[in-house]
Design a protein around this ligand. Structure first.
Ligand code: CP
Length: 348
């Protein structure tokens, strides 16, 4: 695997392999010195054109725990402010010597464009492109459900809220259904994508009717910064019909989980009390993000996954750090991902 651009790049076996690798790196995270030399000598850059707390910091933490070197790029203090294009920025960074670019951008398709410009010389990880995909979020979310329930096979997962603007929902649908779960999207019609033809999901506009059947209630943030029109009459009315309140939690099964990718709007899509209930695994999602991103970086830049599935093997990584990892054809087009979700515009 050269890049991680979309969950459609991964088979069920690939996702399960990444989860096993994540188990190994979670074990590293519990050590008194949670660090291995697996990526010593590798240089990574964070190319974030959109704000982030969880994704950026957990990639940084993952890289540090793998002993990689990192460079941080901040749009606000970069030559982008002087008009430098994305392509020139990417080629400038490449010239300094990097092994991987982790990119977040407001435009769908940018990670594919960067991968195409770099022609396989540098690995590219999609850390969120517009409304399109956020594959490492889906990996950490499915890992968290697997950690709690053993497997996703046969589970019923409700994704609730602003599906229209959610890259998390798109990647989660792909990962959850690949792992054998059934997914229902629950939202007002105005917060669904214009077409969900081909999505392997059911749709409901009635949260109260679906709640008792769910194993996981996955809340999404109302992305008001992406809304150019009034898609709900008011936030208060939205909360009345779709907010996960303490009263609504009573309708969930005893073992049902509450999840949210963050950042949360407490009091809008999820009440403050519900976010802090024991059944809420939102903080576990964040914690698992570090080990998940260690697994992704190791798979892309290290010696491959199969050799470290047993955590007892990890202290011996020293003698494997010089390899360049298995070569694979770069995933430099987004056709399969577009097929899953309809045309995604590439704007650079
Ligand atoms: N879930 C997520 O992508 O959070 P950040 O925007 O803080 O990275």
């Amino acid at each position: 695997m050269k890049h991680l651009l979309s969950i459609t790049d991964l088979t069920r076996a690939d996702i399960e392999q990444l989860h096993k690798l994540t188990d190994s790196f979670a074990e590293v995270g519990r050590r008194s010195i949670p660090k291995v030399p697996a990526l010593r000598g590798k240089n990574l850059v964070w190319l974030f054109y959109e704000d982030s707390t969880r994704t950026r910091l957990s990639f940084e933490q993952a890289a540090k725990r793998l002993s990689a070197d990192t460079m941080t790029f901040s749009v606000g203090s970069s030559s982008v402010k002087k008009g430098e294009s994305l392509r020139d920025t990417v080629l400038t960074i490449e010239a300094m010597g990097v092994d991987a670019i982790v990119v977040r951008h407001a435009s769908a398709g940018v990670p594919w464009q960067i991968a195409a410009w770099l022609e396989g010389r540098v690995s590219v990880v999609n850390a969120g492109d517009g409304w399109h995909e956020h594959p490492t979020q889906a990996l950490l979310d499915s890992y968290t459900i697997r950690e709690e329930r053993g497997s996703l096979d046969g589970l019923h997962i409700g994704i609730i809220g602003d599906i229209k603007h959610s890259r998390v929902a798109r990647s989660d649908v792909l990962a959850y259904t690949a792992l054998g779960a059934e997914v229902t999207l629950i939202a007002p019609p105005t917060l669904l994508p214009p077409s969900i033809e081909g999505w392997p999901v059911r749709v409901s506009h009635d949260l109260d009717a679906v709640l008792p059947t769910l194993d996981v209630a996955y809340l999404l943030r109302m992305q008001q910064e992406r809304m150019t029109e009034h898609l709900v009459p008011s936030l208060r009315e939205y909360t009345t019909r779709y907010g996960l309140t303490l009263r609504r939690v009573d309708a969930l099964r005893d073992d049902a989980l509450v999840m949210h990718p963050g950042p949360m709007n407490r009091g809008v899509e999820i009440s403050a009390e519900v976010a802090d209930l024991p059944r809420s695994v939102i903080i576990d999602q964040v914690r698992n993000g570090v080990a998940t991103r260690m697994a992704v970086l190791y798979l892309l830049l290290g010696q491959g996954a199969e050799k470290v599935l047993d955590p007892r093997d990890l202290p011996a990584l020293d003698d494997r750090i010089t390899g360049s990892g298995p070569e694979a054809a770069p995933s430099d087009d987004m056709k399969s991902s577009q097929k899953a979700f309809g045309a995604a515009e590439v704007r650079t």
